[in-house]
Design a protein around this ligand. Sequence first.
Ligand code: AHR
Length: 668
Amino acid sequence: MKKKWNFLGAMLAMAAGMTAQTHSLDVNTSKVGGAIPKTMYGIFFEDINYAADGGLYGELVKNRSFEFPNHLAGWDISGKVSLKDDGPFKKNPHYVRLSPSGHNDKHTMIENHGFFGMGVKGGEEYRFSVWARVPDGGTAKLWIDLVDNATMGDDQKLGNTGVEVSGKEWKKYTAIIKPKTTFAKAHLRVWGDAKVTTDVEHVSLFPVDTYKGHENGMRKDLAESLEQLHPGVFRFPGGCIVEGTDLATRYQWKNSVGPVENRPLNENRWHYTFTHRYFPDYFQSYGLGFFEYFQLSEEIGAEPLPVVSVGLSCEFQNGSNRSDAHVPVDQLQPYIDDVLDLIEFANGDPATNQWAKLRADMGHPAPFNLKYVGIGNEQWGAIYPENLKPFVEQVRKKYPNIKIVGTSGPDSEGKEFEYLWPEMRKMGADLVDEHYYRNEAWFLGTPEAKQRWGNCGANRYDSYPRKGPKVFAGEYACHGAGKKWNHFNAALMEAAFMTGLERNADVVEMATYAPLFAHVEGWQWRPDAIWYDNLRKFNSCAYYVQQLYSLNKGTNMLSLTMNGKPVAGNPDQDGLFASAVLDKGTNEVIVKVVNTGDQPQEVTLNLKGMKGSHEAQLISFHSDNLTAENTLDEPEKIVPKTSTLTVNAPQQSVSIPARTFYIYKIKK
Ligand code: AHR
């Protein structure tokens, strides 16, 4: 008897599944809501996973100034090579002396390995440069080869050039090398003159074809990925690297500007965090420095958002009670001056301010129009508001229009979060930075997740106060439970969650996925938005979700409900999430629907305020395999696809396939 009931129950359930409920999505297109901030979807850059040197920054030579603690790290040497420390650049004093060995076949030379090798493309131009001199006077010849060490004989040489060095004074010499073939693991070899001692410093090799052609420029394909995100805001230079492992290694923006040869090396906060490399070589050359960050922001159309040290080094590494990791309030003035000077560097008048003059001397006399500054990264404890207060007072007094971004600690909830938000309100912060690296349940806001974490999922911001500081979701990503990589499902969870950001665009002013970049041979943290090796790249599924939101952010919110409730994964909403915006520029109603469930869902789109038939586009982002991801070999395995359709108003029936992110763009 029991068996029979179970069978009957199963039949009834199947029948119910077959005649699944049609959901009604009600979009009020005639009542235009608040504006979507232009900054809404942005990017967050941190030099983690070899994101700067070895990544976005176009330099191919590692340890170009011989300043790594092991001064010859990254270099092979042969013959008579000696290290000297009285070079022409005060902050990078080391260089090498190449002296003739006195034997015909015993050549003096140095060879750089690059970052995991150097990626060079056949037929393209690379700019070699070096600072050099002949200490005894006269002239000397340096021969430069790009080589493929895996090949024997003459074919080893991918390309070569030479420079003639003359005189006892240090000078910069440049030459172009054009490799004949493409190779991902090239080395750069510099041969010393067979007869004349020569000193060399700051040995550099860049592709000529950098992003926007800047000599000290960015790797083009990676910068283009950023540009194609159309980011509204660009947060830099980190993360934890802003704080440093200790105060001495915090990010100091003043060291990152001016001539690249004289920007001092800094250790990277992520230097010690590789699980597979216990003797790492992860330093910051600062070649990608604050001038380059501001310039890049401008070129990709994003508002710059620099983050500065609040006088607290990384609390993860040091705890909150170590006095040597914290600057006492009465000694904070140099740190505060760094912020005031930064604002001048970005916005000031070159005629009256030394930092603004430096900006002009570096090639940008016009201001960068800085509007935001983040003070502190993931700080916590009472020490943070104590330190922050004098920064806020002095910045407010001198620059009342600059918006200040405070932080709510490293978690999306909990003791520190609960403590810091009210503190930020009291302080009058303009925005509060929230970070959440959480699993699928958190992003879906399941009842279990709510029980564990409290406020999570797409309705997280529905209950936030509308007055006071705005939210900056400064770092977030779905870290799949047991599946920490860029699989499709993690991106789908983010898409579902982001409907809640969009619905609450009156309180969430900006949001930036994190981290941004990772080298496939040098990462220590994943998932990440964009992956690459020395020659290739792929945009992850998470990247495409960010791009879909950014390209379709619209200008104004529209109210959208399902059965009178926000579509935020309520149990009766069968895994559906949705939001709607109006784009006044294109006169389109844009409806985003995410079906996170494993069944297709029938939906009636009720477009209140519209009539007749309308041209529309449908963008679909889907993968049959939830754990699949894009890869270097298959970079476009999972990408959004666009089709056209006609939508009838006010009502149109649509079917949303299982595990799919759909965007309807309906001409009004
Ligand atoms: O994004 C990686 C790290 O995560 C950031 O540096 C830090 O802010 C957070 O803990």
